[in-house]
Design a protein around this ligand. Structure first.
Ligand SMILES: N[C@@H](CCC(=O)N[C@@H](CS)C(=O)NCC(=O)O)C(=O)O
Length: 204
């Protein structure tokens, strides 16, 4: 039995989707309901996954742990397939996620409205450049990993919602929008979103 610490619609959503894809039971704990979250993760970030007594942080490390432990085809075992899957996960988690994180940082820390807007625009230009890279990858395949959803697609789908929190123009190409729609339609994704609602009675 796992415990997943999360915030609604944050990057922890991808961990929950993968837990569901792997058929695992888990308890969800909203970070805001924890009196002293720094005792769980001194960095202050979610996701945090607890497996029995083992406390795990950093999204990709958590995902790799789960995919290894439950022998998922979403993590190929052949060296080339493994490398590609991890590269795509890190593109999402270590390149796209930080690009979006800049929007949150600017919105929270820049007071001058014109400067804030200029910085948000610059940050969104970088995000759009990254979505173009995704778009060119998806010209041939339904998902980044091929014809089946990969963990990287799930991560990107979670991040793709964050642009709407800001007055920025995020441009996502048609192949990418089709991929994101397919991920959003997954039962695991829908159930994960429902379970994050306050006082949700959705079955975990
Ligand atoms: N490298 C970290 C980044 C995690 C991260 O930035 N999480 C954000 C939410 S998406 C966070 O916890 N922000 C602080 C907060 O929500 O209080 C990981 O992949 O786990």
């Amino acid at each position: 039995m796992y415990t997943l610490y999360y915030s609604p619609r944050a990057c922890s959503l991808a961990i929950q989707v993968v837990l569901r894809e792997l058929g695992q039971n888990f308890e969800l704990v909203d970070k805001k309901d924890v009196a002293d979250f720094s005792a769980i993760n001194p960095v202050g970030n979610i996701p945090v996954l607890v497996d029995e007594t083992k406390i795990m942080t950093e999204g990709v490390a958590i995902l790799l742990y789960l995919l290894h432990k439950h022998s998922s085809p979403m993590l190929p075992v052949d060296p080339q397939g493994y490398q590609s899957a991890v590269q795509d996960m890190l593109f999402a988690n270590a390149t796209m996620h930080p690009a979006y994180s800049k929007l949150f940082f600017i919105a929270q820390n820049v007071n001058d409205e014109q400067v804030k807007q200029d910085m948000l625009h610059a940050a969104s230009a970088r995000i759009n450049q990254l979505w173009q890279v995704v778009e060119s990858r998806l010209a041939q395949n339904a998902f980044l990993g091929g014809e089946q959803p990969s963990v990287a697609d799930i991560l990107l789908c979670v991040y793709s919602h964050w642009g709407s929190f800001f007055a920025v123009d995020i441009v996502i190409g048609k192949h990418t929008r089709a991929m994101l729609s397919r991920i959003e339609a997954m039962d695991s994704f829908q159930r994960a979103i429902a379970a994050e609602q306050p006082h949700s009675s959705a079955a975990l």
